[in-house]
Design a binder for this molecule. Structure first.
Ligand code: C2E
Ligand code: CA
Ligand code: CA
Length: 713
């Protein structure tokens, strides 16, 4: 501004000189009247031209460069003197686009305006991306030149490339992405969005986001969404939307606002995760927490909740019962045919039970082979009978006919209890009563049962301290030769428990309890140690060497390391395995047969003898005798008891003895109390006997009298 008057002055003095100074624009106009005005205008345009924000070149009618703007120099690196007079192609074209530029120029010189984007070459040979606009300069309908404007868009192009990359990333994002304008009109969506909603971009572009509304969430929800979004610039939460097909889904949506450089919101970006799948998993999880996977019935915990809510919602006049069902025989199926068959049986069985359910009944599978039913029928016994009959009907699983039975216990609300936990427990207690019976398989709960159980708990508790308190002892009962009853050939070790409070407790009472609690494993080891000590002391005293029989529980035999433990213990006391016989019972066949057989085989190999105790009392199976590699068979006392009265028993005992002998087994008759019994057994060919007739079980020191001493000295 400061030198303007000076300029003006110079201009006035020598306008032509000045003109030539204005970078080569030749003035052709002769009208001197408006010379000053024209001069000012030219100056102004020239300044504008030179300082244009764009790179501009002016061409004469021969397509040669007349002048370039400063920006052109900046972008293309050519100084004005390097550019002037050159053909435009010489300057900005590269071999690949020379022809195209030529034709562009041709178009301009034909009077057309061209507008395009393309690559042009800089002086240093590097390509730049430009937006090109070419205009012809027309004077009196003839083209006297042209000017071309270049706008450097390299940066924009790079930005666009980056944008394209982002778009690709968004496109393939597993979460749905949507870009809207500030009013929620959709501008772009990605594939995941299309997949979830069913709308392709072409269909949804330009439409408002609210076409996705399911109507589940009310106006206030959307109002608060918009308030938070416009206020904080961000919102996230669960949204229930609707697909194109009208299916409702839920998504976790996060919306962020996109601002321009001035802080104005221009767009919104929504990113969402489809929650439907997650919901499905959640529902399945919840279901699993309520239901048993195998049968789809409610599990014990959930059954408890349902019973509990029934109680809370009913009055004392509304009665109902809990029927507890224990399936008998499932264990055998599992053991003999495999668990998959057992599972199929359970599924079929639960289907049968389902069919018997009536309005208001609730059926559940409480555990492996236990079911429970909440039943509203007054005549609950008939219902239980119906269950029983249906359970007893044979099943055909994998072409095998299978038979199972059931033990049922029933408790009643509100008579027995008003508490869900107790009601279910009482029904189970009553079921145990049925289990102990051969005939009546449906039992109703009574207070007496609880007392029995409480007593059992009490005893079981005292039992845990019996070893440490020294309350146990071992008695011995001689086993004699039937043909020569004076001759003792073996001894059976029998456990005794004398508790300060309970007094003498019979093994038949506490052994089953110890088996249930698992304490038998500990007790069993104690007995074995005791017997080993006794054998050692008898040996040292020089008594006749006799085998000692020890009773072994199924629970012990089911221990993987049972045989190893037994061998370790006898070794510890220096007792030879041949000195010990192990008595197992028929119940082994319903235990974990593989482990049991393995243990027995190891023990046999080590030299122990194996006897089958109480033979005939349970489910006799001759096949098992083979499997357990037995040495002895002990005929149960039950057969001996009726020997005199029933001729059938006599035949039975006779055939058992014959059979055992054919298998080369020694036969022992248990519980011989009379001479007559002894005579019969002798006649039948029984080898050995045991019983009060000969001797009761006695403490070690008393048995010693019976053992004929033959001291070595
Ligand atoms: P068990 O192995 O059958 O033992 C024989 C039972 O019959 C013993 O009862 C014995 O006292 C009894 N007994 C023997 N002769 C006669 C008789 O002539 N008449 C009558 N009425 N009874 C006779 P106990 O000692 O009460 O043992 C009962 C059961 O407890 C045993 O039956 C055995 O199964 C179990 N038991 C005893 N001690 C042990 C032990 O240390 N470990 C294990 N696992 N079980 C044991
Ligand atoms: Ca025994
Ligand atoms: Ca026995």
């Amino acid at each position: 501004m400061e030198n303007k008057p000076e300029n003006h002055k110079t201009k006035k003095e020598s306008p032509y000189t000045m003109m030539t100074e204005i970078d080569g624009i030749e003035l052709i106009k002769e009208d001197f009247a408006c010379k000053d005005y024209l001069y000012d205008m030219l100056l102004m345009f020239n300044t504008l031209f030179l300082n244009s924000p764009y790179a501009v070149i002016i061409l004469d009618k021969e397509q040669r460069i007349v002048n370039i703007s400063k920006k052109f120099t900046e972008i293309f690196q050519y100084k004005p003197h390097e550019a002037k007079g050159k053909y435009i192609n010489q300057l900005v074209a590269s071999p690949e686009n020379r022809a195209q530029i030529d034709s562009n120029i041709q178009l301009i010189y034909n009077g057309e305006i061209i507008k395009q984007e393309g690559k042009r070459r800089r002086k240093d040979g590097k390509s730049i991306y430009v937006e090109i606009m070419g205009y012809p300069v027309i004077n009196h309908k003839s083209i006297i030149g042209a000017y071309v404007i270049y706008n450097d868009i390299s940066e924009k192009k790079a930005y666009e490339g980056q944008l394209e990359l982002f778009k690709k990333i968004l496109q393939n994002n597993s979460e749905g992405v949507v870009i809207t304008d500030t009013r929620g009109n959709i501008e772009w969506i990605n594939t995941a969005f299309e997949k979830t909603t069913g709308y392709p971009l072409s269909e949804i572009k330009g439409r408002n986001m609210n076409i996705l509304k399911s109507g589940i969430q009310d106006k206030s929800f959307y109002t608060s969404l918009w308030n938070e979004l416009t206020g904080e610039g961000k919102w996230s939460g669960e949204v229930w939307n609707k697909t194109k097909k009208g299916e409702i889904y839920s998504e976790w949506l996060t919306i962020s606002s996109i601002e321009d450089n001035f802080g104005n919101t221009t767009h919104y970006v929504g990113i969402f995760k489809d929650l439907t799948e997650k919901k499905k998993i959640d529902r399945r999880m919840a279901e699993l927490q309520q239901k048993d996977i195998l049968t789809g019935l409610y599990n014990r915990d959930y059954f408890f909740k349902l019973v509990d809510s029934q109680i809370k919602n009913s009055t004392d006049s509304e009665q109902f019962s809990i029927i507890f069902i224990d399936i008998e025989g499932l264990k055998d199926v599992n053991n003999s045919l495999g668990h998959h068959v057992g599972d199929k049986l359970l599924v079929e069985l639960s289907k049968r039970l389902r069919l018997l359910m009536k309005d208001g009944y609730i059926l559940s599978r409480c555990s492996g082979d236990e079911f429970a039913v909440l039943c509203r029928e007054k005549d609950v016994k008939s219902v239980a009978k119906e269950f029983l009959e249906n359970i007893k009907r044979p099943f055909i699983i994998e072409n095998t006919l299978l038979n199972v039975s059931a033990n049922i216990g029933i408790s009643r609300y509100p008579d027995d209890s008003k508490d869900a936990g107790s009601l279910i427990r009482y029904a189970e207690t009553a079921m145990y009563k049925s289990k102990g019976r051969l005939q009546e398989k449906i039992s109703f709960y009574s207070r007496e049962m609880t007392r029995e159980i409480e007593e059992k708990f009490y005893i079981a508790n005292l039992l845990t301290r019996a070893v440490t308190n020294g309350e146990f002892s071992v008695h011995y009962q001689p086993i004699f030769d039937i043909n020569d009853p004076e001759n003792t050939v073996g001894i059976e070790a029998l456990l005794r428990w004398k508790n300060p409070v309970l007094g003498n407790v019979a093994p038949n009472k506490f052994i089953p309890l110890a088996e249930k609690t698992g304490y038998i494993i500990y007790i069993g080891e104690w007995v074995l140690r005791q017997v080993c000590k006794q054998i050692k002391s008898w040996d040292q005293a020089g008594y006749r060497i006799l085998p000692v029989a020890i009773n072994v529980s199924v629970k012990q035999l089911e221990q993987l390391d049972f045989s190893k433990r037994v061998m370790e213990i006898v070794k510890e006391y220096g007792v030879k395995p041949t000195r010990i016989e192990l008595e197992i019972t028929e119940s082994v066949s319903s235990g974990d047969i593989r482990t049991i057989v393995k243990n027995i085989r190891h023990l046999k190999e080590a030299g122990f003898k194996i006897s089958m105790d109480d033979f005939g009392a349970g489910f006799s199976s001759l096949g098992q005798i083979d499997q357990f590699e037995l040495d002895k068979l002990k005929i149960d006392k039950i057969f001996i008891d009726g020997l005199l009265k029933f001729s059938k028993r006599q035949n039975l005992v006779k055939s058992i003895i014959a059979m055992a002998k054919s298998l080369s087994l020694t036969v022992v008759a248990e519980g011989i109390e009379t001479e007559e019994q002894l005579m019969y057994l002798k006649e039948f060919g029984c080898n050995l006997g045991q019983g009060y007739f000969f001797s009761r079980p006695m403490p070690a020191e008393k048995i010693e009298i019976l053992l004929d001493k033959c001291k070595n000295d």
